[in-house]
Design a protein around this ligand. Structure first.
Ligand SMILES: Cc1ncc(COP(=O)(O)O)c(C=O)c1O
Length: 479
């Protein structure tokens, strides 16, 4: 029995070591592209963990939503079949790339109507006016466009002597940090002071006098802590930034907002103050709402004319956005918003929320088991879990667990981080929260303007005690 356990641990250690080499400084996003690589290398443990954030995880007779598997599957089938039909048409006209621009206008209309219908906010592209919707290959590319918009707006404002500086409340989604590093942007990492690690308006005052902030990247729903920033708090944070740096752009990464039961309420403040239209860039994606990570279908929405220059040039450079094939899939997924079929549009919005609910159920089951089976490895005090007993908080796809002193001791003995010690003991693989609090490439190039700040370093160290579980990448505990 003991021997069996140590074999399991040895296998896990091997998985971890090879994983460490493969992904040393890569953003975690890379993991979702490598299921087949992992399988081919024999790491089935991680491969299953990565591959299961989707429709296949819904039981056919799911007691909480018996029709979900059928409804979700039918939507995806129809969309991908639609792509087949589109490609068959194209293959009869292999040079018929003009279809591209026909499709693009319709895709834009679909996003416009979807936002107006679901969230009550209208963005649109009107002839002879600055476009307000840009469609890209996924939220991450839309983010890249947003950062280019920030960089260009700075050059327009003060010239090219210094790169733009972006203020980033941490913990945060790591991919944008890497994109900032690639662009040579400077970054001020804003460590939170509240127990739940949410960004707070009062934190803005901590940025030293004389720091010129050109943009802020915030992720108000979900990633990485699984929490939702209350709309009044988000609004206060945005106001505090604009009071201090009126020219700053605010990138709201909202790829989870349309999965959230309080979708509309979370952004309802956007029209309260005319400064918001000029400053805010919103990022959206279909890969979260439809549970197809890797779909690469996203959009950027903004009413800002000032920030649109760099974004427009980037979009034009990548030939007006996604390929025909992607446009076909997008069109199918959002068709009811294009045709104005309100009943079907409502059904689609409900389906997105049901998909979100399914992800939550997976989280709930996993956490319940983890707490039941490994109480010694988990701290009694769980400051990031909004509901540490029922695990049933709204709109969330992630959870960050605080690991116990015992787990930290095991880590010290094995010379690994507490997150890895937790994986070796349980088979539950996560990412240390610390990985969401900095970026090795920013560090390497000296781009973190407050690197070495004592409060920041203390917070980053403390973050090592938390494991961040993402339900696409987290296998259930195994025997
Ligand atoms: C907060 C956040 N923004 C953006 C993205 C990227 O979206 P997409 O998959 O459409 O590129 C992700 C995906 O992990 C995310 O978690």
């Amino acid at each position: 029995m003991e021997r069996g356990r140590s074999n399991v641990r040895a296998k896990r250690l091997e998985v971890f070591e090879s994983y460490r080499e493969l992904f040393a400084s890569a953003p975690i996003r890379l993991m979702s592209r490598t299921v087949s690589t992992m399988q081919s290398l024999g790491y089935d443990d991680l491969a299953t963990a990565i591959g299961d954030l989707d429709w296949r995880t819904v039981p056919a007779d799911d007691p909480e939503d018996p029709a979900l598997r059928q409804d979700w599957g039918a939507l995806l089938d129809a969309s991908f079949e639609h792509m087949g039909g589109w490609l068959r048409q194209l293959s009869a006209h292999p040079m018929g790339y003009n279809l591209d621009s026909l499709g693009y206008a319709t895709v834009i209309k679909g996003w416009s109507e979807m936002w107006s219908h679901q969230l009550g906010l209208r963005f649109e592209n009107v002839a002879r006016s600055t476009p307000q919707i840009f469609v890209f290959h996924g939220g991450n590319q839309a983010l890249q466009a947003a950062l280019l918009g920030v960089a260009e707006a700075r050059r327009d404002r003060v010239g090219t002597a210094e790169p733009a500086t972006v203020l980033v409340p941490i913990p945060t989604f790591p991919c944008p940090l890497d994109q900032m590093a690639l662009q040579g942007m400077k970054v001020h990492l804003l460590a939170p002071r509240t127990r739940g690690m949410d960004p707070d308006a009062a934190d803005v005052a901590k940025v030293p006098e004389g720091t010129d902030i050109d943009g802020v990247y915030v992720m108000p729903v979900n990633n990485p802590t699984g929490r939702t920033l209350e709309p009044a708090k988000l609004k206060a944070f945005v106001e505090a930034v604009l009071d201090r740096w009126p020219h700053a752009a605010i990138i709201l990464d909202s790829v989870y907002v349309r999965l959230h039961p309080r979708d509309r309420e979370l952004l309802a403040w956007y029209e309260d103050d005319p400064r918001f239209a000029d400053a805010i860039i919103i990022i959206d994606s279909l890969s979260k709402t439809h549970g197809v990570t890797g779909l690469r279908a996203g959009a950027l929405l903004t009413r800002s004319e000032r920030l649109a220059g760099g974004i427009t040039r980037y979009a034009q450079n990548i030939m007006a956005g996604p390929s025909n094939a992607m446009q076909a899939v997008m069109l199918s997924l959002i068709a009811p918003f294009v045709t104005g079929d309100l009943e079907l549009a409502e059904q689609r919005i409900r389906l997105q929320l049901r998909i979100g609910r399914h992800m939550q159920r997976r989280r709930r089951l996993l956490l319940r088991q983890a707490f039941m089976r490994y109480p010694k490895l988990l701290d009694h005090d769980q400051p990031l879990l909004p509901d540490p007993t029922g695990f049933d908080w709204e709109g969330s796809m992630y959870a960050d667990l605080r690991l116990s002193d015992h787990c930290a001791d095991l880590a010290e003995e094995a010379g690994v981080s507490p997150t890895v010690a937790f994986y070796l003991e349980t088979g539950i693989a996560g990412v240390p929260l610390e990985g969401f609090c900095s970026n090795p490439n920013l560090k390497k190039h000296g781009l973190i303007v407050n690197d070495g700040d004592a409060a920041l370093a203390k917070f980053q160290k403390n973050a090592r005690r938390f494991v961040r579980l993402s339900f696409g990448m987290t296998p259930p505990p195994r025997e």
